[in-house]
Write a protein that binds this ligand. Structure first.
Ligand code: PLP
Length: 449
């Protein structure tokens, strides 16, 4: 049933407007089917999915167990609302997420994509301070890190701090208090990781001291700021931020849309530093990357602030038509089972070490490779014009784009973030596939630079 090629894919592709893509120079690339970590194009090419289909695919494509779970659910019910009723499968997923998530996160609010999970978190934190036992309605602003990325809806873009993605929209956004960009690469070499951690924690403490009375929450991507180019925080920073949030009575929202479900070598990145956020945002890998679903998890004190008599109007004033969709919930339950059964989280560290050292063996000393960084299977290779001064390339040269194009020509699909080449394969990639991926990435850098 896969053999029927789509007629004239180039013509069909013209109707489709892509995100973050200059359509004037877009070369149509249509995927007809996919199997494991491989994408098969309508024009007969085969590409390795080196960024897990925008960082979400966990088990490879067309996995029989996830397919079957979705089909089975389809024969029960494809969709019912999560406003005032729910699909039994979605309830089971909520319970499962509570079981596997860190600490005492106890309740799950479902939405459809990572951005919406963050929007729900913002409104949840705001409404919490209006109606908790000790209401503080003036707590209505947020602290976000520099170069943060939390999605593309308006609230999430307000939190965001990436020039090209976010600055344009400033007139229609709210302004958060802006924290540091905890990137050790551009600190002087004389500063070690512990000093870097203290330095950034100190900067955040200064902001909390000044603004805590108006702050509802601090929002951050724990450990790795993916879209900023895999900015990797110094070890211990997350734990220090947790302590500071407690000290200054500010909620901590961790956005694990990208880091969740095994990418960093733990099921959730927060586990690396034994941290439980007050609110946890999940998306992408939640369904193994199969169907759109996201979740916003809250701790008991958050949830309980929304309970009361109907007349008190304390319910959470937020909800999406397709939030908690049962087909997606069935895929998520199957994916979580597979992650456990296949030991994917335990295996992620060894795979990451293999991939990263094979890339480093070939290009770590290259004159234009500034940094190879990340946690687990989230890897970024920053390309710079001058390795000694860390001087970036002129953005007009689009070096990252050129390197990724060279990889596509060699059969690997990767996408850059400016001049950071992102490598983020599905967790199931085999050793051979990881080696081949590393070789193509290295060859592509050599081919362009
Ligand atoms: N938060 C983080 C940390 C992300 O990396 C992303 C997407 O890349 C999002 C939120 C937004 O998720 P979505 O694209 O599903 O809306």
């Amino acid at each position: 049933r896969f053999s029927q090629a789509i007629d004239s894919p180039t013509v069909a592709a013209e109707a489709h407007w892509h995100g973050f893509t200059q359509m004037a120079s877009y070369q149509p690339l249509a995927i007809e089917r996919a199997e494991g970590c491989w994408l098969h194009t309508t024009d007969g090419r085969k590409l390795f999915d080196g960024v897990s289909s925008l960082w979400c695919n966990v088990h490879g494509h067309n996995h029989p167990v996830i397919n079957e779970a979705i089909v089975d659910q389809l024969h029960r019910v494809a969709h019912v609302t999560s406003l005032g009723m729910s699909a039994a499968t979605t309830d089971r997923l909520a319970e499962r997420l509570v079981d596997i998530s860190p600490g005492d996160l106890s309740h799950v609010f479902f939405s459809c994509d990572g951005s919406s999970a963050v929007e729900a978190a913002l409104k949840m934190a705001f409404q919490y301070w209006q109606q908790c036992d000790d209401p503080q309605p003036q707590k209505n602003s947020f602290l976000a890190l520099s170069q943060a990325y939390h999605g593309d809806t308006t609230g999430a873009v307000s939190l965001g701090g990436i020039k090209y993605f976010h600055q344009l929209f400033a007139p229609i956004l709210f302004s958060p208090i802006r924290g540091p960009r905890p990137c050790t690469y551009r600190l002087p070499d004389t500063i070690d990781a512990e000093q870097a951690c203290d330095f950034y924690a100190g900067e955040i403490e200064t902001l909390l001291q000044e603004h805590h009375q108006s702050l509802a929450a601090l929002v951050m991507e724990p450990l790795v700021q993916g879209a900023a180019g895999m900015i990797t925080h110094p070890v211990g920073l997350l734990q220090k931020i947790r302590q500071l949030c407690d000290q200054y009575n500010v909620l901590l929202i961790c956005d694990e849309v990208a880091t969740g479900f095994g990418r960093t070598g733990k099921l959730f990145a927060c586990e690396h530093e034994s941290v439980t956020p007050d609110i946890l945002c999940l998306g992408k890998g939640l369904t193994g990357g199969y169907l759109p679903m996201a979740a916003t998890l809250a701790r008991p004190h958050l949830y309980e602030a929304f309970l009361g008599e109907l007349s008190e109007l304390k319910q959470f004033f937020h909800g999406h038509t397709f939030g908690g969709n049962p087909l997606a919930a069935a895929a998520a339950l199957a994916s979580i089972d597979l992650i456990e059964q296949d030991g994917l989280v335990d295996a992620a560290d060894a795979k990451a070490t293999r991939l990263r050292s094979r890339i480093a063996d070939q290009v770590a000393d290259h004159a234009n490779v500034g940094s190879i960084r990340g946690r687990g299977l989230m890897i970024g290779i920053e390309l710079v014009a001058d390795r000694d001064t860390k001087q970036p390339f002129d953005s007009a040269d689009a070096i990252g784009h050129q390197v990724c194009q060279a990889a596509i020509d060699r059969g690997v699909w990767i996408r850059p973030l400016s001049d950071v080449v992102i490598v983020m394969p599905p967790l199931v990639a085999s050793d051979q596939e990881l080696d081949d991926l590393a070789d193509v990435v290295a060859q592509s850098i050599e081919a362009v630079l």
